[in-house]
Design a protein around this ligand. Structure first.
Ligand SMILES: Nc1ncnc2c1ncn2[C@@H]1O[C@H](COP(=O)(O)OP(=O)(O)OP(=O)(O)O)[C@@H](O)[C@H]1O
Ligand SMILES: [Mg+2]
Length: 244
């Protein structure tokens, strides 16, 4: 489980996260939703310390960190080994083939042998029906294919927790559906995932729990059904604004 307690992040002119406490259970999918600028990306990035909160406690499994204190490189490394982040803009290595994109991290960072890294990469490509793309370069892929490779690249590191920040918002609807199918498949396999998304029908179908961030605070944490059937004014207003 990933847990944050009393997490705060202040920018000079803005409180991005205001005393947030949340649980993200292992083997479940959490969708983080909320208005633009509410603090969703800041929260997600705080979970693997890409963004350093000013204060709060961060627990990942048996690792407990007090974020008000300086952290050691070893602590940061341990957090990064448990988590992998997929961004909105697919950030593949443009000079490497798909296969090499998937093996680069395991070989260079995790010191895996080339053979072991390639075996894992081939398995992933096969599992997601993308074997025929393995020798292509990113520019030879569609946007949806690139984003699926970005997800596989994160999975190649065998993280316990997969963090995704609006992984489909740069894609047109057909390509978005391809990527969402991959994520749905991972959710059904009990992958531990935390996904920031604007796609409410995806969140409703796939998430085990919803976290609603509103102006830097937690507006809801709980079962998906409870969120989509909430009678709370703020939630109803948000859901109303997300549909047309
Ligand atoms: N480096 C920064 N300096 C100052 N303010 C920042 C910085 N980064 C983010 N913010 C502010 O913090 C708040 C939260 O930003 P964040 O990116 O987490 O929002 P978000 O919920 O992910 O929004 P979106 O849905 O548009 O991606 C926003 O008001 C934003 O302007
Ligand atoms: Mg964001």
């Amino acid at each position: 489980m990933i847990q944050v307690k009393n997490l705060s992040k202040h920018y000079p002119d803005k409180i991005a996260l205001d005393d947030i406490s949340l649980d993200f259970p292992a083997e479940e999918t959490t969708a983080i939703v909320g208005p633009s600028g509410s603090g969703k990306s800041t929260l997600l990035q705080a979970l693997n310390l890409l963004e350093r909160p000013n204060s709060g406690l961060l627990t990942i499994d048996d690792l407990h960190l007090d974020l008000a204190n300086p952290l050691t490189n070893n602590q940061i490394l341990q957090i990064r080994q448990k988590t992998a982040m997929v961004f909105q803009e697919k950030a593949l290595f443009t000079h490497l083939t798909v296969l090499k994109n998937l093996t680069e991290g395991p070989i260079k960072v995790q010191k895996k042998s080339k053979a072991a890294a390639e075996k894992k990469a081939q398995e992933l490509l096969e599992q997601f029906g993308m074997t025929e793309l393995k020798n292509r370069y990113p520019y030879q892929l569609s946007g949806g294919q690139q984003q699926r490779v970005a997800i596989l690249r994160a999975l190649a590191m065998e993280p316990k927790y997969l963090l995704l920040d609006e992984p489909t918002s740069a894609l047109d609807p057909e390509l978005e559906a391809q990527v969402l199918r991959v994520l749905k498949d991972l959710a059904q396999k009990n992958t531990s995932m935390i996904i920031v998304t604007h796609n409410m029908s995806f969140a409703e179908q796939v998430a085990d729990q919803i976290v609603f961030i509103d102006n830097g605070s937690v507006g809801y944490q709980g079962p998906t059904d409870g969120f989509f059937h909430s009678t709370e004014t703020r939630i109803k207003k948000f859901l109303g604004a997300m549909s047309f």
